[in-house]
Design a protein around this ligand. Structure first.
Ligand SMILES: Cc1ncc(COP(=O)(O)O)c(C=O)c1O
Length: 396
């Protein structure tokens, strides 16, 4: 056997550990109820028609050229306008259109981290915030977010974990997997820590318009004094995760991000560009009607409220109702092994969820994550089974 690189072997994707046994059950003809996938299209949501049409037209008009590495100018102009709407001042030169936020994370971590350098990420977190810093020989450190405080970050823990090797603090707001929303006060506190330590912030805003009650306030507006890289894309708000289009926007202060910008741009050129016709789809999404968002949120609200009610009725489970996104991070009282819990729930009741420790072994353990994306009837059947499982629960 010709060995793969050590670096590639460091990549772990905990979520896969539960998908493989689910597929085995399906191979045997067993229907598995899936509450694990953060993809609205897998349930009863559709990419809005005008966005699909724009992408189809771009393909039919043979917009098959390579775009500039940083993305089509007209799309970057639309992104500048979008960010202006949040009070964020950037230019088209500050933007790189990427193959989703996930590629943007790869570009940023590869540009920012030398071996042994650190990045602070929320605990629990979206797994690539752990995977990619590690892949690039850096060290991701999770800072505590506090369940009893609506899963808000603990600034004292952030302060404790900053070292001379720390390059950046990431915030994911609204958050995956907890659905927390950080208000202006918390963002300001984190920004103060970044400013005191002369490091930059990464602001993942992929769920920005998916708030149930609040109006999104951009961290870049709150913290004008802190260099920041903003991330967003088409996947969630515009219901097109498989299109793989997103962006990073460098909101610099006093040229502090110049070198990292150069590191990002070099990589962006080396990988040519993001998908051209689907950039035009994203342009239509940003410029066109936005009314699907309210409809999406109305459905998600009903589903969130249903799950919150069911969880409250089940002995041994509790959940902080999310303020945004479409995840619910459910606590299992006295759970000693959340992965085993999730695997048993799958084996015995054929309901697929994701173990909390897959999002952070320290701050995620004892929990499981579900999506409140499926219709209520689907959730009802899933929670009937979860309720039975909890009644019969063994010592897990
Ligand atoms: C916080 C967060 N950022 C980014 C992504 C993925 O974004 P993209 O599809 O643009 O790569 C996800 C997907 O679940 C996410 O939860």
């Amino acid at each position: 056997m010709i060995p793969a690189s050590i670096r590639s072997k460091r990549i772990e994707y905990a979520i896969r550990d539960v998908v493989v046994p689910a597929k085995e059950l399906e191979k045997k003809g067993i229907e598995v109820l899936k509450l694990n996938i953060g993809d609205p299209i897998k349930y009863d949501f559709k990419t809005p028609e005008h966005i699909r049409k724009a992408a189809a037209e771009a393909v039919m008009n043979s917009r098959s050229e390579y775009s500039p590495s940083e993305g089509l100018l007209e799309l970057r102009e639309a992104i500048v306008d979008k960010e202006k709407g949040y009070g964020v001042d950037i230019t088209t030169d500050d933007i790189v259109v990427t193959t989703g936020v996930t590629e943007a994370l790869m570009l940023i971590f590869a540009a920012a981290l030398d071996p042994g350098q650190e990045i602070l990420v929320p605990g629990p977190t979206y797994p690539p915030y752990i995977t990619y810093p590690t892949f690039y020989d850096g060290i991701p450190k999770t800072y505590r977010t506090v369940e009893e405080d609506g899963w808000h970050p603990d600034p004292d823990d952030i302060r404790k974990k900053i070292s001379r090797k720390t390059k950046a603090i990431a915030v994911i707001n609204p958050n995956n997997p907890t659905g927390a929303y950080y208000d202006e006060r918390i963002i300001r506190e984190i920004a103060d820590i970044a400013a005191e330590n002369d490091i930059f912030m990464i602001s993942d805003e992929i769920y920005d318009k998916m708030l149930y009650d609040n109006e999104f306030v951009s961290p870049a507006k709150i913290a004008k004094d802190v260099p920041m890289i903003i991330l967003n894309g088409i996947s969630k708000v515009y219901l097109a995760p498989g299109w793989r289009i997103g962006y990073l926007a460098i909101r610099d202060v006093d040229g502090k991000l110049e070198d990292i910008r150069d590191g990002i741009m070099r990589q962006a050129r080396a990988r040519l560009c993001a998908n051209t016709p689907l950039q035009l789809g994203y342009l239509a999404a940003l410029k066109g009607p936005q009314d699907h968002i309210k409809k999406t949120m109305d459905k998600l609200r009903e589903r969130r409220d249903y799950v919150a009610k069911r969880v409250a009725e089940i002995d041994g489970l509790s959940v902080v109702p999310p303020k945004g996104a479409f995840y619910m991070f459910i606590k299992v009282d006295g759970c000693r092994d959340d992965k085993k819990f999730v695997l048993e729930l799958l084996r015995e009741k054929h309901v697929l969820t994701v173990h909390g420790s897959g999002f952070c072994p320290i701050y995620g353990k004892g929990h499981f994550r579900i999506v409140n994306l499926p219709p209520v009837e689907y959730l009802e059947e899933a929670f009937n089974r979860i309720e039975e499982f909890m009644k019969e629960r063994k010592n897990i």
